[in-house]
Design a protein around this ligand. Structure first.
Ligand code: SF4
Ligand code: SF4
Length: 170
């Protein structure tokens, strides 16, 4: 009789377990999940590729620039790539909706191209320097930082030497 009462009570209360995937569920705050890449902020240092023990990140060079690919199927969501990325071009989001079929494993990717640009001084083709990194390395007006981030390392070196010889603090 007691058991029957418990059963009826539980039936009235309804399921106690999480309804997912047939209903909504919650996302714990600070969860490390889907990785997002921002090619505009990337300086092409390839540190993320170097620190990724899972081998989930690969850069390849192409005529367009540096092609970034991250395979979510291999990623362990450790967050090391984000931790070591100074210009904050790579982020782990809280989007955990990454379940996929085995045959889709090579398409669970995050891709982006760090496009080659021309140096604004000598017109040599180069990878852009991240604006955020330039702002850390040089103290100057926004205009100066913008210009420096469009320069190849040689032209940047020459300009900073010229400015320093004139007494400017960089
Ligand atoms: S995403 Fe960050 S760490 Fe990776 S290459 Fe770009 S700047 Fe470097
Ligand atoms: S979160 Fe970890 S495993 Fe995933 S790509 Fe970044 S470094 Fe690699």
């Amino acid at each position: 009789m007691k058991m029957l009462r418990v059963l009826l009570k539980n039936l009235q209360k309804g399921p106690a377990t999480d309804p997912f995937p047939f209903g909504d569920t919650f996302t714990p705050k600070g969860l490390r999940a889907r990785v997002r890449f921002d090619p505009a902020a990337c300086s092409g240092c390839r540190m993320c590729e170097h620190v990724c023990a899972a081998g989930a990140i690969r850069f390849t060079e192409s005529a367009k620039g540096l092609e970034f690919t991250l395979w979510h199927n291999s990623c362990t969501f450790c967050g090391m790539c984000e931790h070591y990325c100074v210009p904050q071009a790579i982020h782990l989001t809280e989007d955990w909706h990454l379940a996929h079929r085995q045959q889709d494993k090579y398409t669970m990717t995050e891709i982006g191209t760090v496009a080659m640009i021309e140096c604004c001084e000598c017109h040599k083709r180069m990878l852009p320097t991240s604006r955020q990194l330039t702002a850390i390395a040089y103290r100057g007006s926004n205009q100066m930082i913008e210009r420096m981030s469009q320069m190849c390392p040689d032209c940047r070196r020459q300009l900073s030497a010229k400015l320093l010889s004139k007494g400017a603090s960089l």
